[in-house]
Design a protein around this ligand. Structure first.
Ligand SMILES: O=C(O)CCC(=O)C(=O)O
Length: 129
C-alpha cells in the first residue's frame, strides 16, 4: 500500500541522525540541504532548506529525511561529525553495505576490564623498580 504521504500510514522513527558541524556551515562551504516532510512523504514537493549552522551546534533529524551535503566552493575542509542512533533491529545496508567498506581493517578486540587495569598499572608503575 502506498501511504501517499499520509502520516497515519507511516512507520514511527527507527533512526535519527545527529549532525554536528565542526566549522560554521555557510552557503560557501556547502551546508546540508533538507527537504522538510520527506521523512513522511519521500516525494514531497516542498522547497528545501539549507540552514547555516554554527560549529558545535547539533541538528537532529529523522534518518528518512531527504538530505545531502551541497558543494563546498571554499578552500577549507568542512568536517562534520555524524552520529546515527537507531533501533537495534535496523541496519542501513543501502548506504553502508559491506562492499563499500571492504577495505576497512577488522574491528579491534575490546580489552577486558582486567586487561585495561593491568595496562594502566603498567603505564603508571611500569617505570618504577
Ligand atoms: O555532509 C553533509 O552535509 C551531509 C552528508 C550526508 O548526508 C551523508 O553522508 O549521508
Amino acid at each position: 500500500m502506498n501511504a501517499g504521504g499520509d502520516p497515519r500510514f507511516v512507520a514511527p522513527v527507527h533512526a535519527v541522525n545527529v549532525f554536528v558541524p565542526l566549522v560554521n556551515l555557510t552557503a560557501a562551504n556547502g551546508p546540508t540541504e533538507y527537504v522538510p516532510g520527506s521523512h513522511l512523504d519521500f516525494d514531497a514537493k516542498v522547497p528545501s532548506k539549507t540552514p547555516s549552522l554554527k560549529a558545535g551546534s547539533a541538528l537532529i533529524f529523522d534518518y528518512r529525511l531527504k538530505h545531502r551535503g551541497l558543494g563546498n566552493s571554499g578552500t577549507e575542509e568542512r568536517p562534520l561529525l555524524y552520529i546515527t542512533y537507531a533501533k537495534p533491529f535496523w541496519l542501513d545496508v543501502y548506504n553502508f553495505d559491506r562492499k563499500r567498506y571492504k577495505n576497512l581493517p577488522a574491528v579491534a578486540k575490546q580489552a577486558s576490564r582486567a586487561e585495561r587495569t593491568e595496562k594502566r598499572q603498567r603505564t603508571i608503575f611500569g617505570g618504577l623498580p
